[in-house]
Design a protein around this ligand. Structure first.
Ligand code: ADP
Ligand code: MG
Length: 693
C-alpha cells in the first residue's frame, strides 16, 4: 500500500484546478494520469516578461508587459472582423485584438476606465500598436501573480499553455514535505536542494541555463529517479537470488540428437553462450541471464538446446514471445529443429480456446508436453505446469519485470533466460536490468552477405518503384514498410492501405498487406503467403518488426525512414540478408530531413553492427529527448537523461548496493525514506520484497 503522505501526488490530474475531463485526457496523453506525472513534465523553455516599456516604445515582435488604462471597446462590424479593446498610457494607444468573441467576458475582464497590466507579443499593424490575444491581463492589485519569467511546457494539440502552468503550480502547492532519502554527504557535496525545493526550482527556471540537464535541481531529480530504478532492480535481484534455484543436470543426450541433425555448425559465440547457460542451470542458484544477439545471430537455436537440457533433466520448458505471429513462428521452427529429440512441443496463445485449450492445459499439467511456446497467454492463472524448470523470454523488452516474475511463479526456482535482439547499450542495460548476467552472440552465422543500404528522398519514389519492379522480375521477395505512429494510427493505417492499393495496381495480386489491426488468422495467412511465395511484395506496418523470419526475403523499402529510431530501423533491416543472397535496403525519407535524422540514416548506411548502432542511437537521442522507450518497452525515464546524467547513474548504482548491504530490508530512517522514493517512482513491486514495516 502506498503511504498516505503521497496520496496528493497520485491524485488524478483532474483534481487540479481548471482541469476537467477534457483537459485531463490531454494532460494524461502528454504526461500521465496523476499529479506527479505532471510534475515530472519539466519546462522546456522560458518566456521573459520582465520587459516593461511604455506603449510607444514597445517594439514589434517583443514580449512586453505594459500598464494601461482601458479606453473603449470597439465591437466588430462584421462577424469575421476582430473585437478590439483600445487601451492607452501617457505615450499612446495599445489595441488588444480578439477573434471569435462570444458573451461579455471581455467587458468584465477589461472594464472601461480600469487600469490593467497586460502581457503578450507586440505587433505593429496599420500604424497601430497591438497585442493579439494577450497571454495575461491582471489587475494591478494582483500584479505579483504575473511572474517576470514564466516556464514554458511542451504541449499537445488543444492544451493551453496557461492551463498547464496553472495545473503545475497547483500540484507544486500540494507537495508534501518528505524526509530526505539521499545520503546527506552526497547532497551537501553536490550542492543539491531538498526534493520538494528542487522540484519547485526545476519548474521556476530563471534563465535558459536553468533548463539544462546539468542544472542542480534537474540533477537532483534525475538522481532520485536513477536511484529508485537501481534500488528496485537490486531488490528484485536480491530476492530472486535468495530463492534457491535447482541444479539441472543433463548429459546433453537430447541436445546431441538435435545438433547432429542441424544443417549447420554452431558459431563460437553460440557455443560459448550455451556453455554459460549450462553452467547457470547446473548451479543451485537461480539463473537470470540475458542472451543478447543481433537479429539473425541465432538465438533461437541456443534457446532450443537449453530447453532440451531442461526436459532431459525431467522438467519442462516454456518459451514466451511478444506477439502471436512470433509465437507461431517459434513454434514452427522449434518443433521442426527439435523433432529428432522426440520431445512433445505445444503452442499456447490467446487463440487456443475451448476443448483444444483444455486438453493442452491437461497435458501441460501432467507433464506430457515438454516444451511449450506461447504469448502472454502463458501467464494466465489456470495455466499450470507439472514441473517448469526453464523459462525463455524472447524480446524481453516488451515484457515488464512483473511478467517475468509471474512466469517464474509457475514453477519452483525457475531458471530464466531472456533473449533480446535489441543490442542494448551498457548504460541502458544497467538502468533496465541492473547487473544481469549476459551472454552476447557477436558473430553472424557463416555465409551471411552484408545488406547494401541506400537512402533516397521521397521525391524519388518513382526510382524506388522501378527498383522494386526489377527485383521482382528477378524473383526477389520484398518488404515494403509503412510507419505507424501512435498518435494517428488510423491515418497511418490508411497510408499503408493506400500504398498497398497503389502497388497492387502496378504489380497485381502478388502484393499483400499486413498490419497490427488485422485479425490474427488473416495476419498469419498473409505471412504464410509471403513465406511460400504466393505473395512476394509485402506491404507491412511495423508489426513485422520483431523476429519474423522469412529467410529468402532480400529487399526492404522503408517509407518515412526518418520517423523511426535507429534501433528500430536496424531491427527492421535485420529481416533481410538472412539467406546467402545479396540484399538491399532502401530508406526513403521525407524532405527536409533534420540533422539527427540525417545522422541516423547515414550511420545505417555505414554499418550493420548492432552494438555500435545502439550506442550511437543513445548518443543521438540523448540530448534531452526521452529515449524511444515507448516502442522499446524499456522503463521510461522521465527526469534522467542517460547521456547527460551518465555519471549519476554509476553513482546511483553504487549507492543502491551500499544501502542494501547495510540495510537490506530498508528499516533504518534512511531506508524508510527510500521506500517513499520507490513509491514515488512507482516501483511498488520492489517494495514488496522488503519486510513491511
Ligand atoms: P535470431 O533469433 O537471433 O534473430 P534465429 O535464431 O532466428 O536468429 O536464426 C536466424 C537463422 O539463422 C535461422 O534460420 C537459423 O536456423 C539460422 N542459424 C542459426 N544458427 C546458425 C549457424 N550457426 N549457422 C548457420 N545458420 C544458423
Ligand atoms: Mg529471434
Amino acid at each position: 500500500m502506498r503511504p498516505e503522505v503521497l496520496n496528493p501526488l497520485f491524485a488524478s490530474v483532474t483534481s487540479l484546478p481548471g482541469v476537467g475531463p477534457r483537459f485531463g485526457k490531454l494532460i494524461e496523453h502528454l504526461a500521465g494520469p496523476c499529479a506527479v506525472d505532471l510534475l515530472w513534465h519539466l519546462p522546456n523553455g522560458i518566456i521573459d516578461r520582465s520587459f516593461t516599456p511604455k506603449v510607444r516604445e514597445a517594439p514589434a515582435g517583443a514580449i512586453a508587459t505594459l500598464k494601461v488604462i482601458v479606453d473603449a471597446h470597439l465591437r466588430p462590424h462584421s462577424p469575421r472582423a476582430p473585437y478590439r479593446v483600445r487601451c492607452r498610457d501617457q505615450t499612446g494607444f495599445l489595441h488588444l485584438v480578439y477573434f471569435h468573441v462570444t458573451g461579455d467576458y471581455l467587458e468584465k475582464l477589461l472594464p472601461v476606465g480600469s487600469v490593467r497590466i497586460v502581457s503578450g507579443r507586440v505587433e505593429h499593424f496599420n500604424n497601430e500598436i497591438q497585442i493579439t490575444h494577450p497571454d495575461h491581463i491582471v489587475d494591478p492589485e494582483a500584479a505579483e501573480s504575473l511572474k517576470p519569467i514564466e516556464p514554458v511546457y511542451g504541449l499537445t494539440a488543444g492544451l493551453p499553455q496557461r492551463l498547464v502552468q496553472k495545473a503545475v503550480a497547483a500540484a507544486l502547492a500540494r507537495l508534501p514535505r518528505l524526509p530526505e532519502w539521499l545520503d546527506r554527504d552526497l547532497v551537501r557535496q553536490r550542492g543539491w536542494q531538498a526534493w520538494a525545493d528542487a522540484l519547485a526550482a526545476a519548474h521556476a527556471p530563471e534563465s535558459e541555463h536553468d533548463l539544462a540537464p546539468e542544472s542542480p535541481p534537474r540533477q537532483r531529480l534525475a538522481y532520485d529517479e536513477l536511484l529508485a530504478g537501481q534500488l528496485a532492480i537490486a531488490l528484485v535481484r536480491a530476492h530472486t537470488r535468495r530463492l534457491a534455484g535447482r541444479a539441472i543436470k543433463a548429459e546433453g543426450k537430447l541436445r546431441e540428437k538435435v545438433m547432429a541433425a542441424l544443417p549447420f555448425a554452431l558459431t563460437n559465440s553460440q557455443r560459448q553462450a550455451l556453455a554459460e547457460i549450462g553452467g547457470d542451470m547446473a548451479s543451485p542458484l537461480r539463473m537470470l541471464r540475458l542472451l543478447q544477439g543481433d537479429v539473425g545471430s541465432g538465438k533461437t537455436v541456443v534457446a532450443l538446446l537449453a530447453m532440451l537440457d531442461a526436459v532431459e533433466a525431467g522438467g519442462q520448458a516454456a518459451l514466451m514471445a511478444p506477439t502471436e505471429i512470433l509465437a507461431r513462428q517459434h513454434f514452427a521452427t522449434l518443433s521442426k529443429l527439435g523433432a529428432p529429440a522426440g520431445v512433445t512441443f505445444a503452442l499456447l496463445t490467446g487463440r487456443e480456446k475451448g476443448g483444444a485449450r483444455k486438453s493442452l492445459l491437461e497435458r501441460l499439467a501432467n507433464g506430457e508436453i515438454g516444451i511449450v511456446v506461447g504469448t502472454h497467454a502463458l501467464f494466465q492463472e489456470d495455466v499450470a505446469f507439472k514441473d517448469l524448470t526453464l523459462a525463455v523470454i524472447d524480446e524481453q523488452h516488451r515484457f515488464g519485470v512483473e511478467q517475468r516474475i509471474a512466469l517464474s511463479g509457475k514453477g519452483r526456482g525457475v531458471d530464466i533466460l531472456v533473449m533480446t535482439a535489441t543490442p542494448i547499450p551498457r548504460t541502458l542495460l544497467l538502468t533496465a536490468y541492473g547487473d544481469l548476467d549476459t551472454s552476447r552472440l557477436t558473430e553472424k552465422p557463416a555465409g551471411r552477405k552484408p545488406v547494401a543500404t541506400r537512402t533516397l528522398p521521397a521525391t524519388r519514389l518513382g526510382e524506388v518503384i522501378e527498383a522494386v519492379r526489377r527485383a521482382l522480375a528477378q524473383g526477389a521477395k520484398i518488404y515494403w514498410i509503412c510507419p505507424l505512429v501512435e498518435e494517428s494510427e488510423n491515418v497511418d493505417l490508411a497510408a499503408a492501405e493506400d500504398r498497398a492499393v497503389e502497388l497492387k495496381s502496378l504489380f497485381g495480386e502478388r502484393v499483400g498487406l499486413v498490419h497490427g489491426r488485422m485479425k490474427g488468422t488473416d495476419k498469419d495467412r498473409t505471412m504464410e503467403a509471403f513465406a511460400s511465395g504466393d505473395v512476394d511484395l509485402l506491404v507491412a506496418t511495423t508489426v513485422i518488426e520483431v523476429g519474423v523470419d522469412v529467410a529468402d526475403a532480400t529487399v526492404m523499402v522503408i517509407e518515412h525512414a526518418e520517423r523511426f529510431g535507429l534501433a528500430q530501423l536496424h531491427q527492421l533491416r535485420g529481416r533481410i540478408g538472412r539467406g546467402d543472397r545479396p540484399s538491399a535496403c532502401l530508406l526513403v525519407y521525407a524532405v527536409p530531413l533534420g540533422e539527427t535524422a540525417k545522422a541516423r540514416l547515414t550511420l545505417l548506411r555505414e554499418t550493420e553492427d548492432g552494438f555500435r548502432i545502439a550506442e550511437e542511437d543513445l548518443r543521438l537521442r540523448g540530448g534531452g529527448e526521452v529515449l524511444g522507450t515507448r516502442q522499446s518497452g524499456l522503463p521510461e525515464l522521465r527526469l534522467a537523461d542517460l547521456v547527460a546524467h551518465a555519471e549519476l547513474l554509476a553513482v546511483a548504482r553504487d549507492d543502491a548496493r551500499l544501502v542494501l548491504s547495510r540495510d537490506p530490508e530498508l528499516e533504518t530512517p534512511r531506508g524508510q525514506a527510500l521506500r517513499l522514493l520507490l513509491y514515488l517512482f512507482q516501483r511498488e513491486l520492489a517494495v514488496r520484497y522488503v519486510r513491511s514495516g
